[in-house]
Write a protein that binds this ligand. Structure first.
Ligand code: CLF
Ligand code: SF4
Length: 460
């Protein structure tokens, strides 16, 4: 285990040069540290796709970068630019504007590029990001560079066409539709070519891979090696979520278990940095990772007159950087003060962001799983759950929901949350999971637990 180093966990991977550090330090997906404070905004301007993944139902967003089963409202480039200016003015911590669907951005190149151009005319201090299946990447690298896009994600699920034929139904390339291993071979060749060309041009690349049990689980370590050798900075292993109507749903596929995810991450982890904090967000996602403001700030809810103030954004950034320094100090302090045997903690944290334990257990839709010891504090997984407490929208089956959450958290010693009701507390503690009610910095609380400090709000 390593302490958080800002950019996602590192061991023997590509050195972080000052240039790379400046590209990742405020990107919520490329830096775990940044994701507590900086937000991203997705613009759903790209409806078409040029391939068919077997896990995708085209009624919904591109599953390569999005939560399955979500439909985003498609915007024109002009609408997207207007929305960006309004949102960035209203939320000065938005540091990245990305295009990730609902189809493939490069299967809709003119809409995608026009959107970035219109935004750049008005705002100079947001980063541009793009996520693609990679088929149309090689011919667009120069344009991406000219537009100042410094972060590109490519979804690569296989580097062997024999494996790839079980992932893709067809590929539309050069006015022709290909199927089987031929389709996969074309896609893989162009993904790897595009990745190499991007990294040769100084564009930071992340590779997403959907972990599909029974298909590519024993193959992803090879994918990691291949993408690392072409300069990928980060590898994001995303669990398959089966989408109704997709080919995999019809054939009884399932998502990976927690143990399967962990095994594959261990197999891949030596080759390339791994991303552990992905939220598989929608193609109109807005806010901190894990936050879902997309439906609150739709086009019709925006004011007519919109302004973005660079001064306001600068002030927000200075405050965020101060918060980041505080969190970093907590991790460093832990290592400095740890002497002799300290505890190794596995904790599930309910948080709405900002690096703070600030979410009610019953309202949590996800738990952040941390491992902490004298060696440091590491976010190792994000586990999505169904919200246990829905107030007036109660489904009447809270017992089942709670039992499912407890299974999801069964390997944790602690649940850290701002509030928890007596029933879930009793149930969790019967299962040996200690609940602590606290409203404080995640890293500070974990550091105190590692030192064996008895925390107010727990029960013994
Ligand atoms: Fe968006 Fe993707 Fe850029 Fe991030 S998301 S285009 S790299 S700004 Fe991030 Fe969302 Fe995971 Fe994607 S949490 S699904 S990795
Ligand atoms: Fe669906 Fe995205 Fe695959 Fe296209 S690239 S088929 S939109 S998951």
């Amino acid at each position: 285990m390593t302490a958080c180093k800002g950019a996602c966990q590192s061991s023997s991977r590509r050195e972080i040069t000052p240039e790379i550090a400046s590209l990742v330090h405020d990107h919520p997906c490329y830096s775990e540290e940044a994701h507590y404070h900086y937000a991203r905004m997705h613009l759903a301007v790209a409806p078409a796709c040029n391939i068919q993944c077997r896990y995708c139902n085209r009624l919904y967003d591109c599953v390569n970068e999005s939560r399955p089963g979500v439909t985003s409202e498609v915007l024109s480039p002009e609408e997207a630019a207007r929305k960006t200016i309004a949102v960035v003015g209203h939320m000065p911590h938005v540091s990245v504007v990305g295009i990730a669907g609902p189809g493939d951005p490069l299967a809709n190149p003119e809409k995608t590029f026009r959107t970035f151009e219109l935004i750049r005319e008005k705002i100079s201090d947001v980063r541009f990001c793009l996520s693609t299946n990679g088929l149309a990447l090689p011919e667009h690298v120069d344009r991406l560079k000219a537009l100042g896009i410094h972060h590109v994600t490519i979804t690569i699920n296989a580097v062997d066409p024999q494996m790839g034929k079980d992932v893709y139904q067809w590929v539309h390339f050069d006015h022709k539709r290909y199927t089987g291993a031929d389709a996969a071979a074309i896609l893989i060749e162009r993904q790897l070519l595009g990745l190499q060309a991007l990294t040769d041009n100084g564009i930071l690349c992340k590779v997403n891979s959907v972990l599909i049990p029974g298909i590519n689980d024993s193959h992803l370590a090879e994918v990691s090696r291949e993408v690392r050798s072409r300069g990928a900075f980060l590898h994001n292993i995303m669990p398959l979520i089966v989408v109704q109507g997709a080919d995999y749903a019809a054939h009884g596929f399932r998502g990976p278990t927690l143990a399967e995810r962990k095994r594959v991450e261990e197999q891949c982890g030596g080759e390339v940095r791994l991303m552990h904090h992905c939220r598989q967000c929608r193609s109109d996602a807005l806010g901190l990772l894990g936050e879902d403001l997309a439906t609150e700030l739709t086009l019709e809810k925006l004011p007519e007159e919109v302004v973005s103030s660079p001064e306001l954004r600068q002030r927000a950034r200075e405050e965020i950087e101060a918060d980041i320094r505080k969190i970093r100090l907590a991790g460093e302090g832990l290592k400095r003060t740890a002497c002799g045997e300290t505890q190794r903690i596995v904790a599930a944290v309910a948080s709405k962001g900002h690096g703070v334990i600030n979410e009610h257990f019953g309202h949590a839709r996800e738990f952040l799983i941390y491992e902490a010891s004298s060696a440091g504090i590491e976010l190792v997984q994000v586990r999505k759950v169904d919200q246990y407490c829905r107030g007036s929208e109660s489904c009447g089956d809270e017992e089942t929901l709670l039992a499912d959450i407890v299974v999801m958290l069964s390997d944790c010693q602690y649940v850290l949350c701002s509030r928890i009701g007596p029933d879930p507390r009793r149930y969790l503690e019967q299962k040996g999971i200690r609940c602590i009610e606290v409203y404080d910095s995640i890293h500070d609380v974990l550091a105190r637990l590692v030192h064996g400090e008895e925390l107010y709000g727990g029960s013994n």
